[in-house]
Design a protein around this ligand. Structure first.
Ligand code: AQP
Length: 349
């Protein structure tokens, strides 16, 4: 099986509108996993053909918690190569590194001055990430959603166009804050910013940890059997799936009351392209051993083309650098227009 099933599923979005834009990004921390892929990147690959698309590697977000410089540099390149390997076409989309386009940091300062502290106090991700150590968490971690708002709003166009942000459901609150920030700015200074819409896939918006189906699969989780990485070998994938937490039930069916099984079946559904009925029929009379074996097969085969392309991208001297340089140039040009309008409207330009 190839990952054709993944490529052919329809995009679940409304009318894209004229001259519409798409912006999304991933932090270059830890190893990308199938949650990032199924919840975000896969939708990007489909949307890039319908909207002017910008995909960044958000390294300025990464430094809101301590990072090793050499590792951060390497992870930034790895994520960029994975975008391309997963099907983001640099001839169609703009792929760039956030810190290469200084407009992001400049708009973030401006929006910081307009964002009430109360809005940031309500962000659940800060509470989770500060892990009760509020006094020691960086100011950057607290204002992270404002930088994210800037990342998005810089690509809303002049004049403002429909702007979409394809993300997993953990990012919904941040995109809503971005909307509020744009609307507040527009009320104060005129219609400059485009309030964005989050685009959250109906399936795969929250892939759960294999070792803990009550927590989302996450790069920052350290457990060895927590998540399937995009670059895991078939043998590692087999081991992780074979240890995935399930329950004592026998029947293989989509049942939200059995979160471990439900998560495995959702991953199976997305990689195989089959619907619930088909899948339940396939496994009638069979147990977890059969499901885990099949799942290992569809995930390994589904990731194989991506892993091959990844290797090709990393092996081609100078290729990644040229993609990122061109992406930064085009992102800079576009974002400078919006930033210019913002500054003019506020008396800064
Ligand atoms: N488990 C997931 N299921 C579906 N979508 C997911 N995303 C992340 N996890 C899942 C989506 O992937 C994009 C990038 O998110 P990120 O860089 O925050 O990735 P992460 O794995 O969540 O990384 P961290 O470092 O471990 O962050 P925390 O600690 O916040 O979980 C986003 O579109 C996200 O929705």
């Amino acid at each position: 099986m190839t990952n054709t099933a993944l490529q052919e599923r329809p995009v679940q979005i409304g009318d894209p509108g004229v001259g519409s834009r798409v912006l999304s990004g991933i932090m270059p921390t830890g190893d990308l996993h199938i949650g990032n892929y199924l919840g975000a990147i896969l939708n990007w690959t489909r949307m890039q053909h319908e909207h002017e698309s910008y995909f960044c590697i958000v390294n300025l977000h990464a430094i809101t918690t301590p990072q090793d410089p050499a590792e951060l540099r390497e992870k930034t390149r790895e994520v960029a190569a994975l975008y391309i390997a997963a099907g983001i076409d640099p001839k169609v989309s703009r792929i760039f590194v956030q810190s290469h386009v200084h407009n992001h940091a400049e708009l973030a300062w401006i929006l910081n001055c307009l964002t009430p502290l109360g809005w940031l106090e309500r962000m659940t991700q800060f509470k989770e990430k500060a892990r009760g150590e509020r006094e020691r968490a960086s100011a950057g971690l607290f204002t992270y959603p404002v930088l994210q708002a800037s990342d998005i709003l810089l690509y809303g166009g002049t004049p403002p166009r429909p702007l979409y942000v394809p993300v997993g459901d953990d990012q919904k609150q941040h995109v809503e804050l971005t909307r509020d920030a744009a609307e507040r700015f527009n009320r104060l200074y005129g219609e400059v910013l485009s309030p964005p819409e989050p685009l959250i896939p109906k399936r795969g918006a929250r892939i759960m940890g294999l070792d803990a189906p009550d927590r989302k699969m996450s790069k920052s989780e350290k457990g060895q059997y927590h998540g399937i990485r995009l670059l895991d070998t078939p043998e590692v994938i087999r081991k992780k799936i074979s240890r995935a937490v399930t329950d004592p039930g026998q029947e293989i069916r989509f049942d939200l009351a059995r979160p471990g099984l439900y998560n495995l079946l959702t991953i199976y559904e997305l990689f195989s392209g089959q619907d619930h009925e088909q899948i339940e029929r396939n496994f009638t009379g069979q147990g977890y051993a059969a499901l885990k074996k099949e799942l290992t097969e569809v995930v390994s085969e589904g990731l194989r083309p991506l892993q091959e392309r990844y290797k090709a991208v990393r092996d081609e001297p100078g290729y990644l650098e040229s993609v990122l340089a061109e992406g930064a140039e085009r992102a800079h040009e576009e974002s400078a227009r919006v930033l210019g309008e913002v500054k003019r409207a506020m008396g800064l330009g």
